[in-house]
Design a protein around this ligand. Structure first.
Ligand code: C5P
Length: 201
């Protein structure tokens, strides 16, 4: 049996937490597709060619806290504009989506481009200020020294680049269920996602 859940949305809207919780609840495999772009971005920061980096990506490149920095996030959104980089990462995501037992993929274009036939599509969003505050707390807790204002500026810049690119821009699929987590506790957002998926599965 294959069952695919596509969860898209902007940075720090809560899609990672929701995806992990949903995968755990239903026993599905989970792929954070942002990690693919972050891994390519990190290689480019280290001097690699972006297309070769995307074509030669290895699962072990997706591990490690060094992919979580704001610098790598910006580099990821820069390489993600390139249609050839996106194309090089497509097969891996599509085959993950159809693995037996069910899969949750989260990213920006899962419901629109990677898995337009997904069984359930969610679009998770929140205000930029709320997302920046969450990301600021998360990174500060990890010991990174940064300001809320710099995180907000990063979030806005990345949103703008992700929404305005020509290939696979960040937009909700027409049949996606919207979850706005601005004024929602994360447990309630997870419960909402589980309820939507349960109606279909
Ligand atoms: O989700 P995360 O913040 O880790 O993603 C990093 C960047 O990778 C995003 O800002 C976006 O530009 C890119 N990305 C993408 N398509 C995806 C997942 C991430 O373009 N499916």
């Amino acid at each position: 049996m294959t069952f695919t859940v596509a969860i898209d949305g902007p940075a720090a809207a809560g899609k990672g937490t929701i995806s992990k919780a949903v995968a755990m609840h239903f026993g599905f495999a989970h792929l954070d597709t942002g990690l693919l772009y972050r891994a390519v971005g990190a290689k480019v920061l280290a001097g690699a060619d972006r297309l070769i980096a995307a074509q030669q990506l290895d699962p072990k490149d997706l591990e490690g806290d060094q992919l979580r920095t704001p610098q790598v996030a910006q580099a990821a959104s820069e390489v993600a504009v390139d249609p050839q980089v996106r194309a090089a990462l497509t097969d891996f995501q599509r085959s993950f989506a159809t693995r037996p037992g069910g899969a949750v993929l989260d990213g920006r274009d899962i419901g629109t481009v990677i898995c337009p036939q997904a069984d359930v599509k969610l679009f998770v969003t929140a205000s930029p200020e709320c997302r920046a505050m969450r990301r600021f707390k998360e990174l500060s807790d990890k010991g990174m020294s940064l300001t809320y204002d710099s995180v907000l500026a990063d979030v806005r810049k990345r949103d703008e680049r992700d929404r305005s690119r020509d290939t696979a821009p960040l937009i909700p699929a027409p049949d996606a269920v919207l979850i706005d987590t601005t004024d929602m506790a994360i447990d309630d957002a997870v419960a909402r996602a589980v309820a939507v998926i349960s109606r279909v599965s």
